[in-house]
Design a protein around this ligand. Structure first.
Ligand SMILES: Cc1cc2nc3c(=O)[nH]c(=O)nc-3n(C[C@H](O)[C@H](O)[C@H](O)COP(=O)(O)OP(=O)(O)OC[C@H]3O[C@@H](n4cnc5c(N)ncnc54)[C@H](O)[C@@H]3O)c2cc1C
Length: 554
């Protein structure tokens, strides 16, 4: 309990004295923090804090990385903007050393302010000043973390831009053949074979830049920090991130290993309309951003640009590309699915040069005012059509079947009908793709008449379904005929299960290795299912560790 003597000089409480100050001190929360502990997180509900001892830093996630934007010392307050304007916290407040803070709830603050208008006046004045600062930040042009110089149509540059986008690293790029290259490119003169090149905000230059190098340079985690983990999660899509949130929040030492950027397939979805709690839909990008922030906040480590290439079923040692190993007590497979390949002539040659699997938001610029084609009839193709329709001149869906109704949700079909620049070519197939350095045209075949027609196209995006890529898993993990991982009852029936007890619902044929989300053998491939399974997998990890007599890593 806080006594009035423990209060330093607090200017905003100058008008409160004697018994009233003692009552406030006694009824307010007495929060003691160790170095690194948070008093409050960005997005939390309003309240007010007074720093009694120690030092507090203000942090905010900017461009996917937590940055320090201010500090508070004894006698100062924080939470003035939320308490005055009724908003959630815009930043997080973390102790940099042992600290003690007084927590005043919104209700307590309003009672205090009613009795002492001077308190309200002073807190409001501080909030107004702070808002002024925030306005300054909001109206300043957003600073970019990097400037890229790239050859148009270069696939490695496209992948790098997509990687930067998906990791929320803001950047700009200059085409190597742009007439204004000399004025826009701030780096030194470079030859074509040094591209893509990136000038970072600290002035350093990366030539022939690759995602791993860039990740390391901008401070994203690419190496494990602990010796052993209670749960290593392979894949950072919705299933993996949900497992990370639950695992870390429940005290497990948790590591997510993601080969590209967090978000998985969902990240490429322009609008997810059926995820509970988002009545007007949410972009996959936004969902991924929030989930990543939540997982990190709970204490999970999230490594990017690292691929798991092997797992030892006996020791549960996980091997990464490059040979690094990570010991684990349990493993959660959340590797999802990868797009199915198309075999039309010209396809592989033009991949990344106007031809893409799936769609990411970073492709929007290149479709501006162009005629483009999307191959597929599922919801993912429909969503992409809606997204690109705001950029491209025309979007044509190339559909093998004679209707969309069999494969696409009704709401999406209705939305497509409302967009005059979206066309649907039923009973059609892509026969060949043409172009030298860049896609220029496609041959489409009418499956009923056999007639082939060549049309100009500056973008082909393929959404013809996806498969689980599980060939790298050890023999002992049973998969179904299509490569999806068997769990629970299917694992028990496989003949490979060795223990007396039954496998847990999401446990594979190897005890202590679990699978969740799209990679699991199950007919449901949805964000909500992946998130639900990711969180359930953690419950089974707890049971497995308890059963195996293995206490969580300290
Ligand atoms: C364009 C599009 C639109 C969609 N729209 C909707 C929708 O509106 N509603 C809905 O419910 N669902 C939608 N889906 C489906 C939904 O996105 C998936 O069901 C969901 O993302 C599955 O999550 P997951 O975590 O299981 O797998 P994924 O999202 O596939 O994530 C798996 C992750 O694992 C990583 N990975 C794979 N192998 C390795 C390895 N060896 N090492 C390290 N990392 C690895 C991958 O890079 C990937 O990031 C859509 C999908 C797409 C593509």
């Amino acid at each position: 309990m806080i006594t009035p003597e423990a209060l330093p000089v607090v200017p905003v409480l100058a008008s409160v004295a004697g018994e009233e100050l003692a009552r406030l001190a006694q009824t307010a929360g007495d929060v003691r923090l160790g170095a690194g502990d948070y008093a409050v997180h960005e997005g939390d509900e309003r309240s007010l804090f007074v720093v009694l001892a120690g030092r507090i830093e203000v942090t905010k996630v900017i461009d996917g990385i937590e940055r320090v934007i201010g500090k508070r010392v004894p006698g100062q307050i924080f939470g003035e903007v939320p308490i005055i304007f009724g908003t959630p916290y815009q930043g997080s407040y973390r102790a940099t050393e042992a600290a003690r803070v007084m927590h005043i709830s919104a209700r307590q603050f309003h009672a205090l302010a009613a009795a002492h208008p001077a308190v309200l006046t002073q807190v409001a004045a501080i909030a107004a000043e702070r808002i002024g600062g925030l306005k300054g930040i909001a109206t300043a042009p957003p600073s970019k973390r990097g400037l890229m110089l790239a050859r148009p149509g270069d696939d490695s540059a496209r992948q790098l831009r997509s990687f930067l986008d998906r990791n929320q690293i803001s950047h700009d790029w200059v085409a190597a053949d742009a007439p204004d290259r000399a004025t826009r490119w701030t780096g030194p003169p470079l030859d074509d074979d040094q591209l893509p090149a990136l000038v970072c905000d600290d002035g350093s230059l990366l030539t022939r830049a690759r995602p791993r190098e860039v990740a390391e340079h901008v401070g994203l985690q690419t190496q494990p920090r602990a010796g052993t983990y209670d749960a290593v999660i392979v894949g950072g899509g919705p299933a993996g991130l949900a497992a990370a949130v639950y695992g870390a929040s429940e005290g497990l030492r948790t590591l997510v290993i993601e080969r590209e950027a967090p978000g998985g397939q969902a990240e490429t979805s322009s609008r997810i309309e059926n995820y509970l709690g988002f009545p007007t839909g949410v972009s996959g990008n936004e969902l991924a951003r929030r989930a990543l922030q939540q997982a990190r906040r709970m204490g999970a480590e999230v490594m990017v640009t690292r691929t798991v290439v092997a797992i030892d079923p006996a020791s549960k040692v996980v091997t990464l590309d490059g040979g690094d190993v990570v010991p684990a007590r349990s493993i959660i497979l959340a590797t999802g699915v990868s797009w199915r390949r198309l075999s039309s002539p010209g396809f592989d040659r033009l991949l990344g040069k106007g031809v893409f699997y799936g769609a990411s938001r970073s492709e929007a610029d290149s479709t501006q005012g162009q005629d483009i084609h999307l191959v597929g009839a599922g919801n993912s193709a429909g969503q992409a059509a809606m997204f690109f329709a705001s950029h491209a001149r025309t979007v044509t869906l190339v559909v093998r079947g004679d209707s969309l109704e069999k494969s696409m949700s009704h709401y999406l079909i209705e939305q497509l009908r409302g967009k005059p620049n979206i066309q649907v070519a039923l009973n059609s197939e892509l026969q060949a793709l043409h172009g030298e350095k860049q896609l220029e045209a496609i041959d489409g075949v009418d499956r009923k008449s056999g007639a082939v027609r060549r049309v100009a196209s500056r973008g082909v995006f393929v959404f013809i379904g996806a498969d689980a890529e599980t060939g790298w898993l050890p023999e002992g993990i049973q998969r179904d005929q299509r490569g999806y991982v068997c769990t629970g009852e299917a694992a028990a029936r496989s003949g490979r299960w060795q223990l007396q007890r039954d496998p847990y619902l999401l446990e594979t044929t190897v005890p202590g290795i679990f699978a969740c989300g799209d990679v699991r053998s199950s007919p449901v491939k949805r964000v909500a299912a992946a998130v639900g399974e990711g969180s359930m997998a953690v419950a089974f990890v707890h049971q497995y560790l308890a059963h195996a007599g293995s206490a969580p890593a300290g």
